[in-house]
Design a binder for this molecule. Structure first.
Ligand code: ATP
Length: 134
C-alpha cells in the first residue's frame, strides 16, 4: 500500500510523525478509514481506538476527542488526549472506571456529576480496551 504522512499531536506534545499505510479513527459519527489518495476531509473525533498500520503492522492508540484532517495527502490527528497502547497505565484506567462507577451508582449525584462520571467512564473503557493490545 502507498504510504502517506501522519502527524499526531496532543496537549502533552507530539505523539507521532511518520509514514503510514492506513489509519482508522473513531469520529463522532463512526469509524473513518483513511488510505493514501483519500479526498481532503476534516472530522471531529469521538472517544475510541485509533489504529495505524505502519510497515504492515498495526499500532493502537486511545484517542479521546479532537480533530482529524486529511489535506493534500497529509493526515493530522489533533487529539484532546492520546496514548499509545504501550503507554496506557491500565491500573489507572481501572481506578478511573471504578471512581466513575461509584458516582453513577450513587443516589446523591447531581446531573453535572453524573455527566462528568459518564464521560470519565467512557474514557476509562477506551483506555482499558486499547491497553489490551499491549
Ligand atoms: P484520570 O482520572 O485517571 O486522570 P481522566 O480520564 O480524567 O483519568 P484525562 O483528563 O482524560 O484523564 O487525561 C489527563 C491526562 O492523563 C492526559 O495527558 C492523558 O493522556 C493522561 N492519562 C489519563 N489516563 C491515563 C492512563 N490510564 N494511562 C496513561 N495516561 C493517562
Amino acid at each position: 500500500m502507498t504510504p502517506f504522512r501522519l502527524t499526531i499531536i496532543s496537549p502533552d506534545g507530539p505523539k507521532f510523525e511518520g509514514d503510514v499505510e492506513e489509519i482508522i479513527v473513531r469520529t463522532t459519527s463512526g469509524d473513518l478509514g483513511i488510505m493514501a489518495g483519500h479526498a481532503n476531509c476534516v472530522a471531529p473525533l469521538g472517544m475510541g481506538q485509533a489504529t495505524v498500520i505502519i510497515d504492515g503492522k498495526k499500532r493502537y492508540g486511545a484517542c479521546i476527542g479532537g480533530l482529524f484532517s486529511m489535506v493534500d495527502g497529509k493526515a493530522t490527528i489533533v487529539a484532546t488526549t492520546f496514548e499509545w497502547a504501550e503507554d496506557i497505565d491500565a491500573q489507572r484506567a481501572e481506578a478511573a472506571y471504578q471512581r466513575a462507577q461509584q458516582v453513577l451508582d450513587s443516589k446523591d449525584a447531581s446531573d453535572t456529576e453524573i455527566a462528568l462520571a459518564q464521560a470519565r467512564l467512557r474514557r476509562a473503557l477506551v483506555r482499558k480496551s486499547v491497553a489490551g493490545h499491549k
